[in-house]
Every structure is written in structure tokens, then in C-alpha cells.
Ligand binder design. Structure first.
Ligand code: FAD
Length: 553
């Protein structure tokens, strides 16, 4: 075996820095050279919006490591402001540009870990090149935005795009006292989520003073004095800053020029060991295509957790440990003012697009014991396989306790657990934290009732357009009914149902609903045992309202 190897790492943030550090822990002998085009390595890109919002006060707190600290702790040769221009696979050298010195040189390698990330998309809309229009990927971008904010303490910003960065920046800018117009081209914010769940995020944005424009079609941005004007058809908006946050595209130019195989979605193709089509080159992070283990489809999922784990796996394989990446299920979470929104696994629309069988339930359990102060409800959507009950995906909105519930469900999906397993999970409980029957247990109970035929459910589309052989039955109190009901429904409160069920026709299917689904379930059990054909609206009135909002958009 030949002597110490030279491993070149391209890109020094999430995937690249993880690969470098792990490799050193496994191999003291290798020469590990890390090239980073930007000023900084291993910085907290996920923390950038929180510094702008003022929550992370010190800019230096975002600098997790420096070239000097990486040299000292891991003996890594870290060169910032060094861009790798080309990979010559036949000679096994990379061409590097020292951006400070303006000097070009070659570096030989035995293996490469390519972690160049993804670049913010900039659509070809006139005016997006003007001063005052930004994207947010690194500290330099953040500093530029910060300078604009400092120059005008109370301005108005246009955020283009309602994804994670747009949402986090909406909150950050409102904290800074700025007005925010969030313009999203689609009919919902949070593109990967299902529309009726994303409607909860839209509601929170509006409640916190964000002007939300859905199906927005930005035609042009133009300069106006020291500000900007954005034109959406005839509608003109005066602004002081525009942030383009419509998504990212994998940085594949280096890989493409080197002749590495790209996948169907335009990312670098890798095998389960994160090896590209050249066995000496590994690729990780936002630039690679990953398998969605739930739908079986390939996708681009730009998230920090996967990038870090993939970096570690590439390093393992370079050190002779055959670790394998098992796919990205898209577990993600975002805070939008007082609301936390999280998702894992497949959404309903992803399951539909993949042609996978699924059933869904909605529920609104408390985050902790109902009698403990500060009780709030979680809004959960759970997707599962109707045949064997495997958990396929979940989306949760709420305040406290969203993070732990989504992580339990993410674990359940990874472990191949079914809704019956959720019923049986023994989860930590004391009144400030949960309930003796946790929200996750409830999700399992409800889904298992549906799967095993103890509770037939129907969903919003059916509630909006019942057939001639169906009757909508609202089992809430007359007061709740008077405050708003699904059109066409009649009202018999659940507590009067045993006495008044004679008012219901036996030749029609009863579509029952209540506020969250529980009284509706009780009503269906009462009616079904008296020979009625009956189903319950999953999620009840609360989900109906969110669904209506998503339809209005
Ligand atoms: P990056 O971390 O982007 O690193 C790639 C690096 O490679 C870049 O610094 C680039 O300069 C360098 N590079 C590229 N080409 C070359 C070259 N030819 N030569 C030398 N260097 C090169 N994810 C989450 O999971 N949760 C979050 O809360 C979250 N928040 C985010 C907030 C913001 C503002 C941003 C921008 C991203 C956020 N992400 C979040 C996404 C997460 O940061 C990325 O998924 C992750 O950083 C990807 O890691 P990576 O190594 O693939 O790419």
C-alpha cells in the first residue's frame, strides 16, 4: 500500500467540514486539504437569519471554526478564498485559484470530497441585479443586508419566495421593525408542505403584520430614488430592500465539466457510499441527488442534517468503513413568529405524484396535560399506508412540543413503524410536557381506528360537495354551529344524539363532524351501532377552516 494519501475537499461548510473532521479522526496520516471559495469555513449558515433578526447578537458566534482552529484541532490545511476551477481526472489534479493573490496552481489528489452546495436561484426578472436586491447564502450576503438595514432603521422589504429562508427572514425583519411584503409565486407558502397545513403558516404571517401575496407574479424591479419599486402587473410596491429567496440550484458546474454523471434532477449522481461516477471522487450535500426512501424517487433536498451525515459517510468510506447513506426523508422545522411548523417523510402531494397508496388523519391534541397552565393544541397531519399501516409522513404546526413530536415520527418512519406501533409507544410524561396518552399515541389510535375500520373518515373535498345520498351532520353545540358551519349541515349535538337520532334518515350516509374530530368520532360510534352508515370528518372544523383558507388562495 502506498504512503499517506492526499484528500482534497472542495467546499468548507456543512458537508465539506464534516467530511474533513471525520476523516482526520479516522486517519492521522492523510494530507487533508480543504479549499473554500468564500472568506469563511464551517460557519453557521442556518444562523444567518437569526443574526439579522437580532437574536444571535454576535456576528462571531456564527463562526463555528476558523482555518487556524481546524489546523490546531484536526491538522487540516484549510485555504479560504481559494476556488477550485477544474478537476483533471486523468492526471488526478485540481486547478485552484488563490482569489486573494490572483494566482493559479495545481494540486495533486488521491481522492476528492466535493461539497460545493447549492446557489440561490435568481429568476430572469428585470431589475434583480440592482443594488438593494439580495440573496442570502453566506456571511458576505448577510453583511450586505445588515448594512442596508442599518442605513434605514424602518424600511419595507419585499421577500420573494415563501420557503424556509423567506419565512425566517420575514420574522427577522419584523423583529427589526421593518414592514414585510412576502410574495410567493405558488398558491401556498412552504412549498414542500400540503396546502391546508401551509395555510396555518400563512395565517401566522398575516397575524404578525406580514403582507402576504400568493400567486404573485413579479414582472420587474426598478430603482426609484434611494429605494426600489416592484411591479406585479399594475400593482406597484415601493420598497427599500428585496431579498430573492425562491430556492436553490445545486452547484454542479465543476462536476459537469469534469464529466461526472448528473442525475435526473440535475444534481450530482452518487451511490449509497456517496461515491460519484468516478470512484476517486465523493460528492455530498446540497449538490447531490438523494433517494427519498418513502416515495422511492430521487430528489434534491438542501438541508444541513443530510449534508453533515453524508460528509461523515464519505469520510468513512475513504477510511475503509463501508457506511451507506439511506436516503433523505426531508425532516425539517421552521419557526414563524409564535408558530413552529415541521414535517417529515412524504407529503400528501408527494405520495399522490408517486402513485403511492395512502390514508390520512388530522388531529388537534394538546401539547401537554389539559389541566396544566399554558395548554395549546398541536395540529397534526399523519399519512400512512392503508394496507399495512406504515407511517409515511407527517406535518405538525403548533407552539410548544412540535419539535419532539416530529422527531418521534421521523424516527418511526426510519424504523419502518406502523400506526399500531405509535399506539404502543411509551413516551415521557409529566403534566408540563405531555399527556398520559401523548399526541403521538393519539395519532396512532386515530389512524389505527381508521385502518382497522372502527372509524370511517371523510375529508374536506367530500365535505365541500356531499352527494345526494349523503347528509352533513354537525355534532357540536348550537352555539358553535351558529358561529359557523359547513354549508348544508344540520346540527344535533353529540350529547343529544342518542335521543334524537330518529331525525336522521337511514337511507342516507351521515357525514358527521365536530370541532376537532373527537365528538364526531363519538357520534359515529353511536350511530354506527344503531345501524347508520356514518363517517367522521378527520380534523373537524379546525382543519376545514385551514383547508378553506388554502382553497381561497
Ligand atoms: P454549503 O454549506 O453551502 O457549503 C458549500 C461551500 O462550497 C460554499 O461555502 C461555497 O463557497 C463552496 N464552494 C462551492 N464551489 C466551490 C469551489 N469550486 N471551490 C471552492 N469552494 C467552493 N438547513 C437546515 O437543515 N436547517 C436550517 O435551519 C437551515 N437554514 C438555512 C438558512 C440559510 C440562510 C441558508 C443559506 C441555508 C440554510 N439551511 C438550513 C441549508 C443548509 O445550510 C445547507 O443544506 C447546507 O449548508 C449544505 O451543505 P453543503 O456542504 O452542501 O453546502
Amino acid at each position: 500500500m502506498k504512503g499517506p494519501r492526499t484528500i482534497v475537499i472542495i467546499g468548507g461548510v456543512a458537508g465539506g467540514a464534516s467530511a474533513a473532521a471525520r476523516l482526520r479522526r479516522l486517519d492521522e496520516q492523510a494530507t487533508i486539504i480543504l479549499y473554500e471559495r468564500g472568506e469563511h469555513v464551517s460557519f453557521a449558515n442556518c444562523g444567518l437569519p437569526y443574526h439579522i433578526g437580532g437574536e444571535i447578537e454576535g456576528r462571531d458566534d456564527l463562526l463555528v471554526q476558523t482555518p487556524a482552529s481546524l489546523k490546531k484541532r484536526f491538522n487540516l490545511d484549510v485555504l479560504t478564498r481559494h476556488e477550485v476551477l477544474a478537476i483533471d481526472r486523468s492526471r488526478k489534479v485540481v486547478q485552484v485559484m488563490d482569489l486573494n493573490a490572483g494566482r493559479r496552481f495545481e494540486q495533486a489528489y488521491d481522492a476528492i470530497v466535493l461539497s460545493p452546495g447549492a446557489a440561490p436561484l435568481r429568476p430572469p426578472i428585470p431589475g434583480l441585479e440592482l443594488p438593494g436586491v439580495y440573496t442570502l447564502r453566506n456571511l458576505a450576503d448577510m453583511d450586505a443586508i445588515e448594512a442596508r438595514l442599518a442605513a434605514k432603521p424602518q424600511g419595507r422589504a419585499l421577500l420573494l419566495g415563501g420557503g424556509f429562508i423567506g419565512l425566517e427572514m420575514a420574522e427577522a425583519l419584523r423583529h427589526r421593525g421593518w414592514g414585510v411584503l412576502l410574495a410567493e409565486k405558488g398558491a401556498q407558502v412552504m412549498g414542500p408542505a400540503d396546502p391546508e397545513m401551509a395555510a396555518l403558516v400563512a395565517r401566522e404571517l398575516r397575524a404578525n403584520g406580514v403582507e402576504l401575496m400568493l400567486k404573485a407574479d413579479l414582472a420587474q424591479v426598478s430603482a426609484a430614488g434611494d429605494g426600489l419599486v416592484a411591479s406585479f402587473g399594475a400593482r406597484k410596491e415601493a420598497l427599500d430592500l428585496v431579498l430573492v429567496a425562491i430556492g436553490v440550484k445545486p452547484e454542479v458546474s465543476l462536476a459537469r465539466a469534469a464529466g461526472l454523471a448528473l442525475g435526473e434532477r440535475g444534481g450530482i449522481q452518487v451511490d449509497e457510499h456517496m461515491r460519484s461516477s468516478d470512484p476517486a471522487i465523493y460528492a455530498v450535500g446540497d449538490a447531490v441527488e438523494v433517494l427519498d426512501p418513502v416515495t422511492g424517487r430521487m430528489g434534491l433536498v438542501p438541508l444541513a442534517g443530510p449534508a453533515n451525515r453524508q460528509g461523515r459517510i464519505a469520510a468513512d468510506n475513504l477510511a475503509g468503513i463501508p457506511s451507506a447513506y439511506q436516503g433523505t426523508q426531508g425532516t425539517a422545522i421552521v419557526r414563524v413568529f409564535g408558530l413552529t411548523f415541521a414535517m417529515t417523510g412524504a407529503s400528501e402531494k408527494a405520495l399522490k405524484a408517486a402513485g403511492k397508496p395512502y390514508e390520512k388523519v388530522y388531529l388537534h391534541p394538546n401539547q401537554h396535560a389539559g389541566y396544566f397552565p399554558g395548554v395549546e393544541s398541536l395540529q397534526i397531519k399523519l399519512l400512512f399506508n392503508p394496507n399495512h399501516g406504515a407511517v409515511l409522513g407527517a406535518q405538525i404546526a403548533g407552539q410548544e412540543g412540535v419539535d419532539k413530536r416530529i422527531d418521534v415520527l421521523a424516527t418511526a418512519i426510519k424504523a419502518g413503524m406502523s400506526v399500531h406501533d405509535l399506539e404502543e409507544l411509551e413516551l415521557a410524561y409529566a403534566p408540563p410536557y405531555g399527556s398520559a396518552k401523548d399526541a403521538i399515541n393519539f395519532a396512532g389510535f386515530i389512524a389505527a381506528n381508521v385502518m382497522d375500520g372502527r372509524m370511517g373518515v371523510f375529508h374536506m373535498e367530500e365535505a365541500a360537495a356531499p352527494g345526494p345520498g349523503q347528509l352533513l351532520l354537525d355534532v357540536r353545540t348550537p352555539r358553535e354551529f351558529a358561529q359557523g358551519a359547513i354549508p348544508g349541515a344540520i346540527n344535533i349535538p353529540v350529547d343529544e344524539l342518542r335521543a334524537r337520532m330518529g331525525e336522521l334518515p337511514k337511507d342516507k350516509e351521515i357525514l358527521a363532524y365536530c370541532r376537532v374530530g373527537l365528538r364526531g368520532y363519538l357520534g359515529t360510534r353511536i350511530l354506527a351501532q344503531s345501524g347508520y352508515k356514518v363517517r367522521n370528518l378527520s380534523g373537524g372544523w379546525l382543519t376545514w377552516e385551514a383547508w378553506k383558507e388554502s382553497q381561497a388562495a
